[in-house]
Design a binder for this molecule. Structure first.
Ligand code: ADP
Ligand code: MG
Length: 450
């Protein structure tokens, strides 16, 4: 496998970001409290309470870092609440670190990711001695639009990541996308969909583990009701349709009308890339939408079994299409329809193929995943650099073709990079953070000293 430049460079003193941990002995993200060890522990406290249980690293001769001096619970404001859409960066990037799992706890893995409690845009990756290939310890800082610690709750994700702005935009006729990226097991599905067992139940909404999708649907229907009657009524009739596509091995399947047929992507000047046969099911209520979603999740289960596909190797795209039709004859748009949509993309696991013995199907899958994630990265990086039109390589994979009208142009996107907190996964985590950093729209940003 190719050398992991970042990790190897991390060993040579001072070359990567600011160093912390054992060399400088000065990192404390736990509000001045010193912890007895830097191994993972279960997160019991809540984000925003000012206390970051499980987020403690210390080393010989520790002293409180400057970042720890801000008052407990006082967070720097997130640059994620634009009043006007033209102030909104086209692509925002958030990182979510999941809590340690049972295996990581049992092994006593060291913690590798630390969100700065004084500024939730900053995250530090610490490679403890012995975990990197050359055995040296190192650390590296990253800045994103928002970083969610293991203590972050599902109910806070919409607000912390600015997703309500994307949803409002979709009602206003814009296209928006939320993408979850990361290695298998890093929390993509949990973040997007909550627990699958819950999704399989009908009328499941209200669970504290509900993910972005069902919370977004609840928010959208709430907004629709507000826009339909009462003081905020805007004179439009709204209709909601949903579609759910799965891409596996560069083949597209419909998860709502599920007949295991592969669907073709077409292109025309009016619509760009689209899948004519993908069902867009009209839904009159939140309950109905959740039932359709539940059905699609069941289909995905059955399908992955019958088609023998590994779900971690497929991309799934759930889209809410919004049509707004002005109903007042005096409205200058009367008779026209305003269309917007928001897509929720649970990407295939980003892990690289390590096992060189993998051949045949596995190899083919890995190649197509790597290719589509690679091309997605290219598209996002091109957009972050201000590229437009033909200079953005949408047509290089099915995934980027399907996302063409939701990435770039006037659309708003959020990439959520999901990570394990454990030092055991530093190579994948570094690769995820590097991918995410390339996507974000903040340029010329110096490394932040914490
Ligand atoms: P992925 O979709 O990236 O492969 P999952 O979302 O399936 O990963 O997460 C792996 C496991 O970790 C699941 O059992 C999930 O419930 C759990 N998990 C992930 N993120 C969190 C979180 N923020 N809080 C609690 N459990 C989580
Ligand atoms: Mg998953």
């Amino acid at each position: 496998s190719p050398p992991r430049a970042g990790l190897q460079r991390a060993g040579s003193a001072g070359s990567v970001g600011s160093m912390a941990g054992s060399q400088r002995g000065s990192l404390d993200f736990s509000n001045g409290q010193m912890a007895g060890s830097s191994t993972l522990r279960r997160t019991s406290e809540r984000a925003g309470s000012g206390s970051f249980a499980g987020l403690r690293v210390h080393s010989r001769g520790s002293r409180a870092g400057s970042a720890g001096r801000r008052a407990a619970g006082q967070l720097a404001p997130l640059p994620l609440a634009p009043e006007k859409l033209d102030e909104y960066d086209n692509i925002k990037v958030a990182v979510r670190v999941r809590p340690p799992n049972a295996q990581e706890l049992a092994r006593g893995d060291a913690q590798a990711l630390f969100v700065n409690p004084a500024d939730h845009r900053q995250i530090q990756m610490v490679v403890p001695a012995g975990y990197a290939r050359n055995g040296a310890s190192a650390s590296r800082n990253f800045t994103f639009h928002a970083c969610l610690s293991p203590a972050s709750r599902q109910q806070d994700v919409l607000r912390l990541c600015g997703i309500t702005q994307l949803l409002d935009a979709s009602l206003d006729g814009y296209n928006a996308t939320v993408l979850a990226y990361g290695q298998t097991g890093s929390g993509k599905t949990f973040t997007m969909s909550g627990r699958e067992e819950t999704l399989l139940q009908e009328g499941y909404l209200g669970d504290s583990d509900d993910g972005i999708i069902s919370r977004s649907l609840a928010y959208l229907f709430e907004q629709l009701a507000a826009r339909s009657s009462g003081p905020a009524a805007d004179g439009c009739r709204y209709s909601i349709r949903v579609s759910f596509a799965e891409i596996y091995n560069e083949q597209i399947y419909d998860l709502i009308r599920f007949d295991k047929r592969q669907l073709a992507v077409r292109w025309d000047t009016a619509k760009g890339f689209h899948v004519p046969e993908l069902l867009c099911k009209e839904c009159g209520s939140l309950e109905e939408t959740l039932q359709v979603l539940s059905l699609a999740v069941r289909h995905r289960r059955v399908g992955s079994h019958e088609l023998n596909m590994e779900s971690s190797r497929s991309h799934s795209i759930f889209t809410v299409h919004v049509d707004a039709t002005p109903t007042r004859p005096e409205d200058h748009e009367f008779g026209m329809t305003r269309y917007g949509k928001v897509s929720f993309v649970d990407l295939a696991g980003s892990e690289r193929l390590r096992d060189s013995k993998s051949t045949g199907e596995t190899m083919k899958e890995t190649t197509s995943i790597n290719r589509s994630l690679f091309m997605l990265g290219k598209v996002i990086a091109a957009l972050a650099d201000g590229a437009q039109g033909a200079r953005v390589p949408y047509r290089e994979s099915k995934l980027t073709k399907l996302l063409q009208d939701s990435l770039g142009g006037s659309s708003l996107s959020l990439l959520i990079a999901c990570c394990s907190p454990s030092a055991t996964h530093i190579e994948e985590t570094l690769s995820t953070l590097t991918y995410a950093a390339r996507a974000k729209n903040i340029r010329n940003q110096p490394a932040v000293q914490v």
